[in-house]
Design a protein. Structure first.
Length: 263
């Protein structure tokens, strides 16, 4: 994330064409109005941190420190307020795999380089919790749970967010809990920008009627449950993931003894 090694696109610069958004001290054309920390943070994240990457408060303060109070809690509040613009930035409180004092960018939101700021349409913390609980804290698109590695990328760690079935740009409502669903960051980003409405039953019906009896029964069980069926071992592993490292090592030895293997 060394800015000296980066070449920024035109939208990373303020209207004067030479000053990066996060380096502004005052609003363009308004010399008596200080440029806000939230906008500077959003701009820096958008052009310096990739989705899935982590950053520290030191990185953030170093990038936008001039003119911003040198106070971690001040910047933490500004980070939290970015949620209203669609940003998802979990910490170790949300996902134990994120190191202490670190933040991870899971979903991009609005930033100054994206044009006019859309009207506020944020998801309340209460609705966020209800949606995650309703969907079993698993991505409804691919089925992965928070903290699990993706099958083709064993060193990654999935993080959950709340997405929209119908994107806001197509009229989807953030206040309608039926339009909200649990999504991992990987599935959320394409959905967020695809601007496609979800499929209807009429579009899905031809593929469903051509299923074999066995596949129809499987899809039936998933549809009734609202997620892919998972067996008893899957359910126990969800609990295993919440153990501390020390407790997990005790469990590993217990399982080795029970299964008769040293691996």
């Amino acid at each position: 994330m060394n800015e000296l090694d980066l070449e920024y696109p035109p939208e990373a610069f303020s209207p004067d064409g030479s000053t990066l958004w996060w380096e502004l001290e005052v609003w363009p054309g308004q010399p008596n109005r200080r440029y806000g920390a939230e906008r500077k943070i959003a701009a820096w994240l958008a052009f310096n941190v990739e989705v899935g990457e982590t950053f520290s408060m030191r990185d953030l303060r170093s990038a936008i420190g001039a003119g911003v109070p040198n106070d971690d809690e001040h910047l933490n509040r500004r980070l939290r307020r970015l949620r209203a613009d669609g940003w998802d930035i979990p910490t170790t409180k949300d996902d134990a795999s994120i190191g202490a004092g670190m933040y991870r960018l899971d979903a991009l939101g609005w930033h100054p380089g994206a044009g006019e700021r859309p009207p506020a349409d944020s998801i309340s913390d209460g609705d966020r919790r209800r949606v995650l609980e309703r969907d079993g804290r698993r991505c409804v698109v691919c089925g992965i749970g928070a903290g699990e590695p993706y099958p083709n990328e064993p060193y990654t760690s999935a993080a959950l967010t709340v997405g929209h079935r119908i994107p806001r740009a197509l009229g989807g409502d953030s206040k309608d809990i039926n339009n909200l669903q649990a999504e991992c960051a990987r599935c959320n980003e394409p959905v967020r920008h695809s601007l496609r409405s979800p499929e209807t039953i009429d579009q899905l019906r031809p593929d469903v009627v051509n299923l074999s009896r066995e596949d129809a029964r499987k899809l039936l069980s998933w549809s009734v449950a609202g997620h892919r069926s998972r067996d008893r071992v899957d359910q126990i592993f969800d609990r295993v993931r919440q153990l501390s490292v020390a407790e997990r090592m005790i469990l590993v030895e217990l399982l080795r003894s029970k299964s008769g293997t040293n691996r």
